[in-house]
Structures are given as C-alpha cells and as structure tokens.
Design a protein around this ligand. Structure first.
Ligand code: CO8
Length: 260
C-alpha cells in the first residue's frame, strides 16, 4: 500500500516505519493516523516482518504532537472522535504480535509521546525532548497518555509531567524509566534496528505470547496473570519453534525458527 505520510522499509525481518511529515515536525493529523492504523495492520499480517522500529523523519522531531492546526477548529464531538482514532493506533500496537520499538530521534510531544508510549519500548537520542504540552493548549492528553504514562512511571511523576506541560530532557526521561536507553543521534536508528533484529532472530511465537502475557497480565490480578502465563507457556509446547529451539540447543547448532 502507498502512503502519503509514511515510509516503510523492510530488511531481514525488521520493518522500519517512519512518520514522514518533517515540514510539520511529523505532527499527527487525521490522515497520518489513518495511515498508521493501516500500516500496523499491513505489518502485522506480513510474514516477513518480525519486529518494527517506529521513528520520525528529519533530525528535529520524532513526532511533535497531534496536528494543532487541524485540532484548532474541532468541536467536542470531533475532538472525541479524534482521540478515539489516536487511541485505536495505540491499542493496535499493543495487540500486535510483532514488537514495535520507538526510536525517538527528537521532539516527542503530546500525541508524539503517546505514540512512543504505545510502542513496546523506547530508545531515544541523547538530544530528544519529551513532554505533554497539552495543558498549555487548554486540552489534555487524549491518545492514551494519561493511562500509559501513569502505568509506566507511576502516578506522581505522570501527574507532574502532564499537569505542568513542561518538556524533560532525554536524561530525565531515562532516569524516570520512560526510555530504556539513550544513544548519540547517529547511533539511535542502527541500535533500534539491531534490537529489532535480535527479536527477529528468536522464536516469533515465544515473543508474541510473551508480549500478550505482559500486556494482558498488567490488567489482571497477579494470580490470574500467573494462570494466563502458564496457559500460553503450555501452548508453546505444541509448536514447531519449541521443538526446533530445544533440538538446536541439544545438537549445539543455531535454531532455524519458522514461527509455526
Ligand atoms: N501541529 C501542527 N504543526 C506543528 C506542530 C503540531 N503539533 N508542531 C510543529 N508544527 C509545525 C509548525 O507550525 C511549523 O510549521 P510552519 O513552518 O508552517 O509554521 C513547523 O512545524 C516547524 O515548527 P516550529 O517552527 O515551531 O519549530 P521550532 O523548532 O521553533 O519549535 C517545537 C519546535 C518546540 C516542537 C514547536 O514546534 C512546538 O511547540 N510544537 C507544538 C508542540 C505541541 O504542543 N504538541 C502537542 C500538541 S497537542 C497533542 O498532541 C494532543 C494529543 C491528544 C489529542 C487528543 C484528541 C483531541
């Protein structure tokens, strides 16, 4: 499928998905969100794709937020619909079997930070700046940010970030656990692709089920989560990947996984 605002490059099981609207610092308008949802669907059902890296075009921004110029004229109904559209993209990433790694190469603000938080984990450039400036515009995060950030770093730090609207440096985002690791700008994309390649090289079903267990387990009691984990663990013993992975270990060779 051709996209007006996205680029997709796939190599050796890793798809790099770039939001490509640098003239607007990759801001998310309705069309970008429609395309992102379609791209996630396309990547999820492409057997050649085993991990995704999501980044922004240009040196300045990952995504500088939802498109303020488009939102400026919205009424309450349209705002609600727009929030649901963005949330659909975040939920799509959470439900994908395929892990999505955010490579935050610059500003990740508002809806841009929400997009990164919707990914499975975040790597960032040492120069990145992150924040939720929504309150400075008279609104609040609407693409899942209040929920994902508080679950990730706890209520009080999420409150501070969201209520003040202030940007934080990449160092602070690392210290607060928003970002897993920082890299010099030129190393960020290769490092994210390297992590994605590592994921692409292991058992696809094990990764998919682990992702499922973590995402769903966070909404369960610990006991239910344990039960859920054990069920998925058991299912993996009916797969060719489990047979191959363990046979390869015993035979001292590299496993060749088929995702079956
Ligand atoms: N929306 C639309 N256009 C944008 C956005 C944006 N979020 N960010 C930047 N742009 C545009 C600028 O308007 C400018 O375009 P033009 O050249 O035509 O004027 C171009 O990108 C370059 O930007 P700047 O000239 O401003 O670049 P600077 O380096 O001077 O500043 C900043 C960079 C600090 C990132 C600055 O652009 C900025 O503050 N951007 C807005 C950041 C922001 O407030 N983001 C949050 C938006 S609200 C949001 O995301 C809500 C999500 C939930 C929605 C819920 C549903 C209703």
């Amino acid at each position: 499928m051709d996209f007006n605002n996205l680029l997709i490059e796939t190599a050796a099981g890793v798809a790099t998905l770039t939001v490509n609207r640098p003239q607007a610092l990759n801001a998310l308008n309705g069309e970008v969100l429609t395309e992102l949802a379609a791209a996630f669907y396309q990547l999820e059902y492409d057997p050649a794709v085993k991990a995704v890296v999501l980044t922004g075009a240009g040196e300045k921004a990952f995504v500088a937020g939802a498109d303020i110029k488009e939102m400026a004229a919205m009424n309450s109904y349209e705002g609600h619909q727009f929030a649901l559209k963005g949330q659909h993209c975040m939920m799509a990433m959470e439900k994908m079997r395929t892990p999505v790694i955010a490579a935050v190469n610059g500003f990740a603000l508002g809806g841009g930070l929400e997009l990164a938080l919707g990914c499975d984990f975040i790597y960032a450039s040492e120069k990145a700046k992150l924040g939720f400036p929504e309150v400075t515009l008279g609104i609040m995060p609407g693409f899942g940010g209040t929920q994902n950030l508080a679950r990730l770093i706890g209520k009080n730090r999420a409150n501070e970030l969201i209520f003040t609207g202030k940007m934080v440096t990449a160092d602070k985002a690392l210290a607060w656990g928003i970002v897993n690791e920082l890299f010099p700008p030129e190393e960020l994309l290769p490092k994210a692709q390297e992590a994605a390649a590592a994921i692409a090289g292991v058992g696809t079903l094990g990764v998919a089920y682990a992702k499922n267990a973590i995402a769903n387990g966070l909404n369960m009691t610990k006991e239910d989560g344990f039960r859920y984990e054990a069920s998925l663990f058991g299912v993996l013993f009916a797969t060719a990947d489990q047979k191959e992975g363990m046979a390869a270990f015993v035979e001292k060779r590299k496993a060749v996984f088929t995702g079956k």
